[in-house]
Design a protein around this ligand. Structure first.
Ligand SMILES: [Zn+2]
Length: 177
């Protein structure tokens, strides 16, 4: 079998995939908080357990490790020479699951931001945070528009129902007279 791991590999494997409160994650959270953003963390009832959820912005942020989530073209994403088949399958699965989770969230009106670990390293950190904040503000605007649209559609629908009921009332009156 080609997918036998050394105990160390297995340990690394088990302990990293769903690890929470990683350093880049905590750093990003702290910075967002400092800028006045409020959020919940590791929200289990949403698919993929998003790391940071900003309800007011209808946004989920996933802080993804470059290796475990297969950051394409990234220098941190290098397939190990041993058990290459095992790892590539594992990472392909993770990536597939990620995309499924994002698609589901988006189908429910959530905006998804992926922050890669390499983008949160010191040299890129401030730039990445400002990009995330810019995106959050865009998301907030578009979510407000969505909600206004929904409200409008609901009101229009209510109007349709009301007209229908009024007509029935008139009809009923005519019949009873
Ligand atoms: Zn990366």
């Amino acid at each position: 079998m080609s997918d036998i791991l050394t105990p160390q590999q297995r340990h690394t494997c088990m302990s990293h995939i769903r690890s929470k409160n990683t350093k880049p994650e905590v750093r990003l959270r702290r910075e967002l908080f400092k800028s006045g953003y409020r959020y919940r963390i590791n929200v289990k009832k949403l698919p993929g357990t998003p790391d940071i959820v900003l309800a007011k912005y209808r946004t989920c942020i996933f802080v993804n490790g470059c290796f475990w989530h297969g950051h394409k073209g990234c220098s941190k994403f290098v397939m190990p020479a041993t058990n290459a088949e095992f790892w590539s399958e594992k990472i392909a699965n993770n990536r597939e699951r990620d995309l499924r989770d994002y698609a589901f969230l988006e189908s429910r009106g959530w905006r998804v931001i992926v922050a890669w670990e390499c983008e949160l390293e010191k040299s890129n950190f401030l730039y990445t945070v400002s990009e995330i904040q810019r995106q959050l503000d865009i998301n907030r605007e578009s979510w407000l528009v969505d909600m206004a649209d929904r409200r409008k559609r609901r009101e229009e629908w209510r109007e349709v129902i009301k007209t229908k009921k009024d007509r029935e009332k008139i009809l009923l009156k005519q019949i009873c007279q």
